[in-house]
Design a protein around this ligand. Sequence first.
Ligand code: IPM
Ligand code: MG
Length: 360
Amino acid sequence: MAVKIAVLPGDGIGPEIVREAVKVLDVLNSHFALEASYEEASIGGAGFEADGNPYPDATKKLAHASDAVLLGAVGGPQWEGLEKPLRPEAGLLGIREDLGLFANYRPTKVHSQLLDASTLKPEVIDGVDILVVRELVSGIYFGQPRGIEIVDGERRGYNTMAYRESEVRRIARKAFEAARLRSNRVCSVEKANVLEVSELWRSVVVELHQSEFSDVELSHLYVDNAAMQLIRNPKQFDVIVTGNLFGDILSDEASMLTGSIGMLPSASIGEQFAMYEPIHGSAPDIAGQDVANPLATILSVAMMLRFSLARADLAEKVELAVEQVLDSGLRTADLNFAGETPVSCSAMGSAVCAALEALA
Ligand code: IPM
Ligand code: MG
């Protein structure tokens, strides 16, 4: 069955890492009979440069007409002075909202070959396998009112953290469903000791658990404690479900258990659409140097194959190819702690492609 993928490289290292992911898709087409076609469009700072809009209409149209979206990264210092709706981040938040991508899956799996790449002790992280399920289109990122106003002659900035119970229920449902396919444990993270929005979050999660998911083990942590527990004993976690802001913070923290944020893929899923992107940013400091790690983007393709293209068989092949390349000792600069010569972004991508071809 032919599938269409919208490819949105974005800014900074986005184009380099996406190029490697597309090379992997090419191998899946040529050697594994995946019938994927791709079309590129701009987003973020690139969207602003091309169209004056970080989420151009043409990109929106393409995303709506595709089976899945593959995104690199957005952002860069040259756009920081723009007004908020024109900044690259507004493009990313815009596409998430427009496509209704409420469920953001961020798996953190420690690759045994990379145990030494983490700043934590190997025995603490060996075997870590956590899935952060982050609510992505509501909460304080989108809540109204928001702004900066003048009060008593000084500026006052404010945002609103708000969740409707239906929004909590749908993300909690995704977390419980995911847990059933893993180790069957969900930890819901909020700040119910202080915030009303979290009090509601917790009661909705408890209600859903009692009515439909009582077979899943449910626990609750305040976000400050969760941040601490992630470092103290990360193996206690299976699925973590949390709101937009807490999920943003905890998923970056969880990523460092693996040694490099350059390894972590993500999937953002809605009722109708899905988008796949590495969880790291655009890394403008190393952009254009062919030194970035493309594995998070390549592993995002694996998530796409599994969730959007119904090709779990090919997802496994891509993941296996990545493992084999790591086994062979290849490391991009972010993973290279032994002092060997790191490989380039394109060499890493080519190595995964070669490993994949050998699996055909
Ligand atoms: C992420 C990023 C984004 C977010 C930024 C770039 C807007 O940090 O995907 O985690 O905060 O969601
Ligand atoms: Mg983030």
